[in-house]
Design a protein around this ligand. Sequence first.
Ligand SMILES: Cc1cc2nc3c(=O)[nH]c(=O)nc-3n(C[C@H](O)[C@H](O)[C@H](O)COP(=O)(O)OP(=O)(O)OC[C@H]3O[C@@H](n4cnc5c(N)ncnc54)[C@H](O)[C@@H]3O)c2cc1C
Length: 437
Amino acid sequence: MTLREHNYWLTTTQMPGTDASRPLPARVDVAVIGAGFTGLSAARTLAKRGAKVAVLESETIGWGASSRNGGMVLTGMKLGVNQLISMYGRERTQRMYAASLDTIDCVEQIIREEAIDCDFSRCGHLEVACKQKHFDDYARQAEVIAREFNHQLRVVQRDQLSSEIGSGIYYGGMVDEVSAGLNPARYVAGLGRAAMKAGAEIFEHTNVESLQRESSQSESGWKITTSRGVLWARDVFVGTSGYTGRATPALQKKLIPIGSFIITTQTLPEALAHELSPRNRMIYDSKNYLYYYRLTPDRRMLFGGRAAFFPETDQTIRRSAEILRRGMIDVYPQLRDTKVEYVWGGTLDFAFDIMPHAGQIDGMYYAVGYAGHGVAMATYQGQKMAELIDGRKPAGDKPENPFVGIPFPGAPLGLYNGRPWFLPFAGMWYKFLDWVS
Ligand SMILES: Cc1cc2nc3c(=O)[nH]c(=O)nc-3n(C[C@H](O)[C@H](O)[C@H](O)COP(=O)(O)OP(=O)(O)OC[C@H]3O[C@@H](n4cnc5c(N)ncnc54)[C@H](O)[C@@H]3O)c2cc1C
């Protein structure tokens, strides 16, 4: 098969259909913008609690990062634990770390409850060290995580690493057995079906163009203008992640959209797949400009990275295929003659402090900023924010979400209007950091 510029995961599933002729409702309790993990998880929870929910999606269900990612369901956050403690103090960091472990349970529970067939497996993740000093830091991190968060990571010495990975280029590794893997396209399709089964209505090809807060004496709410007409909502929840645009300018200014790209090979012989990843881990390396990789359930090597920093276009996708193939062969020379069959890209969202953020901005609810850790965190934030939105009703438990209320910084000196002119410089900066650190 020749190389296809197409998302491999989409060849493994059918997205749920929606009725394109159905008119928008005049009024709903909550309008959810974006039909990815965040929006669909929120819609499912809200609808189960009896809210009238419309999910507005400019493309199709799962069209954004949610169907395009590596399917790694990861514990922890992008920032290291020492940095988190220095930013938020021990108590808040402890709650954040505990929440990051809960995110995996949250995904597992939804998959079980909704019987989503998405190859979910608690296979654990492996981080591999590209330099000796990165490896030296693993023991320190594992010690802090065990002491502060009561969570065990296993440090793997270089001479033991072949039990984890069939590559000789790394200085050692660190394993977290709690992380998991899944097929993201099947998962987001299942979440979509679950949201609809709970009573949420999903409107595809419905771009939200503007949002206006309106209030009268009796009630307040939102007038939402879409490409298919106007509707009214008591509350708005924004889950647009790396695709956040002009309809929500205050949020757009706080997020940097960054491209990430993936290749998958042809199906590998069983023995070779086992040699490359004997325990079938979700793997990523210790660089800023990192590679992440795993076997797919049908034994392809899926290899991803920030080959180009800009969001995906035909050009960045084509260029990435070759860059990533070379990266994959550096890690696994065994794949030199293996065909790459698929390449695609997607857009991640980074906040300026590389943290997830959730709460209210300009009166609307949002959850964003997953920085490549969104499979688990987006699902969790969707659910938690739905509980918060629904919290105005007297019944129900007290929702607890340690990411609500943390400072949400904008660009330094306010030098950003949502168009990331600095990305080539950021890319060069990260490559420089990888070289020196
Ligand atoms: C290549 C790649 C690999 C990744 N790998 C991993 C991984 O292995 N593990 C991990 O944890 N995370 C990974 N991530 C990140 C993860 O996929 C995302 O964090 C997560 O999918 C975000 O989900 P979401 O629902 O918030 O956003 P998305 O899935 O991006 O959905 C946002 C949706 O909003 C819609 N939208 C935007 N504006 C509007 C509007 N005005 N009106 C209507 N709709 C609108 C978009 O069309 C889009 O469908 C990866 C991301 C990429 C791109």
